[in-house]
Design a protein around this ligand. Structure first.
Ligand code: 4NP
Length: 154
């Protein structure tokens, strides 16, 4: 089983969306028995909350049901439980590297946009304080990056 953890700041916008988009691809490819995923946040501001309402609405418009509940990244367990730990932006990656315990942990950390096939972005931009276009952009980038990721691990 390959296990993927998507990580952003609050775990209410970008990483829950990555989880939903990637789960749809797992199902489409019939990989339920060999690939799984989850999401977490580097900050604990929103622990226990559902994904942001706006993000859920924009997800639903594309057929993605965002069901995750925000939880903090847990460096004591998550580095052992997951094979790929994927940050949405460079700050997420830095924060993850800062809590990595050793080189083996560090090797699991990746930047989401490095899996993109056609989109040219160096991060999935935080949509929280912006308008509707930011939420659509998150989904555009995630659909591209998730396609690249599933092709890579398949
Ligand atoms: P996320 O977005 O990291 O994609 O879940 C954010 C959610 C909440 C906050 C920042 C970013 N916040 O500052 O509360």
């Amino acid at each position: 089983m390959k296990k993927i953890l998507f990580v952003c700041l609050g775990n209410i916008c970008r990483s829950p969306s990555a989880e939903a988009v990637f789960k749809a691809l797992i199902e489409k490819n019939g990989l339920e028995n060999s690939v799984s995923c989850d999401s977490a946040g580097t900050a604990a501001y929103h622990v226990g909350e559902r994904a942001d309402y706006r993000m859920r609405q924009f997800g639903l418009k594309r057929g993605y049901n965002l069901t995750s509940i925000s939880r903090p990244f847990d460096s004591k367990n998550d580095f052992d439980r997951f094979d790929y730990i994927i940050g949405m932006d460079r700050q997420n990656v830095r924060d993850l590297k800062n809590v990595a315990r050793n080189e083996n942990d560090r090797k699991k950390i990746h930047l989401m946009t490095d899996f993109c096939i056609s989109k040219k972005y160096d991060s999935v931009p935080d949509p929280y304080y912006g308008g509707d276009a930011g939420f659509e952009l998150v989904l555009d980038i995630l659909e591209d990056a998730c396609a690249g990721l599933i092709a890579k691990i398949k």
